[in-house]
Ligand binder design. Sequence first.
Ligand code: ADP
Ligand code: MG
Length: 261
Amino acid sequence: MTTVTEERAAAGVEVRDVHKWYGTHHVLDGVSLTVRPGEVTAVIGPSGSGKSTLLRVINHLERPESGHVSVGGELVGVRRHGDRLKELGERALLTQRGRIGFVFQNFNLFPHLTVLDNVAAAPVATGRLRKPAARELARTLLGQVGLADKSTAYPRQLSGGQQQRVAIARALALRPGVILFDEPTSALDPELVGEVLDVVKDLAGSGTTLVIVTHEIGFAREVADRVVFLDRGRVVEQGTPAQVLDDPREGRTREFLSRVL
Ligand code: ADP
Ligand code: MG
């Protein structure tokens, strides 16, 4: 039987000198980043700075033009040999994608499935669990995010904050080694932000590796081990929350913080 205590080992994330272009737009301009297993990293930065692209590159949903990415394993990527691009690690890419949970800004729940089946679907579809075991796991995870009483509801019957908590339970159902969050609270009414951040906080405390793109600076200060400030596709500054948020070295960081705080 699967239980909540059967977590997959936390995975580390390594991003090494990644360059990504959309046409002539250099969206990621040599980004490097290390997230140790169990660490919580908050990624902050202006709109359009490449935060979502960075998460999609980590998830191997976007292929960078050059650079390497690893999620709990070998580096996957492309390396330039003169004009040729050498592809590395196709198999590793699939393995690594299986270690990643992704929580989106707009929840992306299946509207035609109940809350319970939204959470139980992926472990069944991927052959990890049979349906009864997946549903039992889903009940446990829904309890963990405070929604034990909503299992038979449909997404449209829930508030945004509840839907996002279902999405988090759904990500957890695949026992990810790392969970990537792309602005998980920015589509929510202000009074619903806290309940979602509380769930993320619980996860952070339980030793799951988290990479969280967020505009909630207070939250980043409270839960993140490291904060990364991205601007125009570059990591301008990174360090502990105290360093980056309270005593930034770079003018661009100070300017950004003065606008969002
Ligand atoms: P952020 O999440 O920090 O707001 P994004 O990573 O979404 O930034 O986008 C960075 C830049 O890349 C933006 O200028 C955006 O318009 C552009 N961009 C993102 N995705 C695509 C795409 N699929 N095709 C072309 N341009 C894109
Ligand atoms: Mg974004």
